[in-house]
Design a protein around this ligand. Sequence first.
Ligand code: NAD
Length: 445
Amino acid sequence: MADKYLELVNSGFTKNLAKTLGLPRPSILRRYEPGAPLVPGPVLLLGGSPQAQNISDTLLGWGLDVRRHAVGEGKIGAIILLLDEVSTPGELSEPMLAAGHALRQLAPGGRVVSISRKALATDAPALTATRSGLQGSLRSLGRELRGGATANGVVLGERVDATAPSAIAAVRFLLSGRSAYVDGQFLEVDTTDGELPANFEKPLAGKVAVVTGAARGIGAAIAATLFRDGATVVVVDVPAAGDALAKVANQVAGTALQLDITRVDAGAVIIDHALARHGKLDIVVHNAGITRDKLLANMDAARWDSVIAVNIESQLRMNETFLGAELPGLRLVSLASTSGIAGNRGQTNYAASKAGVMGMVTASAQAFAASGGGINAVAPGFIETEMTAKIPVATRTVARMLMPSLMQGGLPLDVAEAIAFLASDAAGGINGQTLRVCGQSLVGA
Ligand code: NAD
């Protein structure tokens, strides 16, 4: 990671100095590297579910060292809490305390992953209290972890069990370095749809993907990540960004499409390009977005309307076109923001658009599922981009220290990894959801 402070507090003499002075020492996060182990040590599988043997077999199949009881000495790479069968709050005690005992052995970059069931308003109060309670507990556990470790969960829908393809794929994503900046989050698997890839290192092999706003920033990182994972990528951006766009297209051996996505025919232009140049369209990432911040009292129509036009109206219109074209299995991922969840001063327009994106994916899920596809959103928090690099170093460092447990911003790559996962066929049982990539913090743009 490029940041000087992070390097200094994690290496050699300056590491010891920072320790002596009691300076906060954010860890270098464990990020995905092709061929690297999935987790940094044995996996402790806790919980007495009937699915335990199947999950254990799956983990063994991935070459992991699986333990069903605390491992005397030495580090462990991950703790999996298989709690899909708990039904009273009292039943949480044993597995949670067992996880607690093992936490001191969790390796840097380790993972805690729960597998539980969805809390429904229609179930018995004790059952729903138990399932909701587990999520609250796990979020709190996440805030106790250090060393770049994270805690997240997979939540199963009513007729889905822990061995459903998307449940397995979500567990793998959360264990891996691909989820480095995802913390305190729950991925809901509502159906048994989805298909695990033949090769987990190339989960998008054979796919054709379009990424809007890909000339720079997060969009360029998304294009690079989809390409790394095996996809053929079409990068889209405004004509004014044509040179930068061409460079990105070259880097990902893809094609460039100069297009303002607010054009009424943008969806049709994208489909035409993808079909004419690559024969099909499997994935669309709605990444292009703008900010025009102002306090609402000083807001003018130009700022408000342009943000709404680019960030949400264009996506709604393009989605209508994509649905009309009945592209089989089309998977979409849209960029929301934690600003749309927590609110952000000066961003009433932007937050309207980003909360709008979250509403849009919820309401569009069924329509895309009808043709075998799906739509989800990713909500980034504080992401280190050229924009945040311009913040004075002291302010930036303090802002990071305020972030719970991970004590740092995320990278565009972290957002891209979540998008690549949701865009994959393995995530077929996950639909209409928003995954936060925010290091369990709600600070962001
Ligand atoms: P960026 O400004 O660096 O890049 C956005 C890209 O979108 C640019 O290349 C721009 O030319 C393109 N674009 C803008 N309007 C367009 C249009 N009408 N047609 C086609 N392309 C257009 O932004 P970024 O920081 O990389 O953010 C990418 C996405 O992530 C945005 O949707 C943003 O709202 C979201 N996001 C970013 C952060 C963050 O911390 N950077 C946090 C939360 C959400």
